[in-house]
Design a protein around this ligand. Structure first.
Ligand code: SF4
Length: 242
């Protein structure tokens, strides 16, 4: 998989990184990011969702002690919590950090856990965006599992981005469903327990539904709303979630 051009403004700091490491692919690219470009200064974010095992398996091959940031919003499916424990053990990941929202914010703004019914953006901001911003403070870069096949603005994703604060590394940006399936099979990776029920993308239980036939894998997320992203990822050139 060649390093793509994606959508990068000429003055984007990611250009320099791309010039230095753009000839690398696959595990060599991931290895270079973790062990050469950002040693001790890079983390992986993972939802432990339906595709997460593939990227986590790659990270475990290259550097199993890489910090893995797992956001437990307090609204996750029990199956996701179980899956995180299973994958962590099977892959030998030694530094999974469970990130949670500030309990004082929950007490003040969502004491009965119904904010998601009235204002999903505020709920995501409190339960996801703020905790992730805090967790990322010690790092210069983070690795994500986002892919162009997720649709929406993600169809324009680059393998390397800079969001104004951090470099974001997207090593699976151009993976296809067939490649993902082959990786699960080839490496004996366990599937998310909800996948067998038809879920193709899994987040918080109040905002996750089954995808409609013929739509992208994330169409079950915030179904019926304009919202397609939680707000953690911003496209620097668009000012929108990606
Ligand atoms: S996905 Fe839904 S429940 Fe989870 S933080 Fe966002 S609005 Fe709240």
């Amino acid at each position: 998989m060649p390093l793509d051009s994606g959508v990068l403004p000429d003055d984007d700091p990611a250009q320099e990184l791309k010039a230095q490491y753009g000839h690398l692919t696959g595990l060599d690219f991931l290895d270079a990011m973790i062990n050469d470009a950002f040693p001790g200064r890079i983390a992986v974010s993972s939802s432990f969702g339906t595709e997460s095992a593939v990227l986590l398996h790659q990270v475990a091959q290259v550097a199993p002690a890489t910090p893995v940031l797992f956001l437990d919003t307090g609204m996750l499916f029990a199956q996701t919590i179980q899956y995180e424990k299973k994958l962590r053990t099977q892959l030998g990941l030694t530094d999974v950090r469970v990130i949670r929202p500030d309990p004082d914010y929950i007490k003040s703004y969502d004491p009965d856990g119904t904010l998601h019914k009235r204002d999903t953006d505020s709920c995501c901001h409190m339960r996801k965006v703020l905790p992730m911003e805090h967790a990322l403070q010690p790092f210069d870069a983070w690795i994500t599992g986002r892919k162009r096949i997720h649709g929406g603005l993600r169809a324009t994703l680059s393998m390397i981005e800079h969001d104004g604060k951090h470099y974001k590394i997207n090593p699976m940006v151009d993976w296809t469903p067939e490649q993902i399936k082959a990786a699960f099979t080839g490496h004996g990776l366990p599937r998310h327990p909800l996948e067998v029920m038809g879920y193709t993308s899994v987040g918080c239980y109040p905002c996750t539904g089954l995808p409609e036939a013929g739509t992208d894998s994330r169409s079950g997320r915030w179904a019926g709303q304009d919202k397609t992203e939680c707000g953690i990822h911003k496209a620097p050139w668009a000012g929108e979630g990606i």
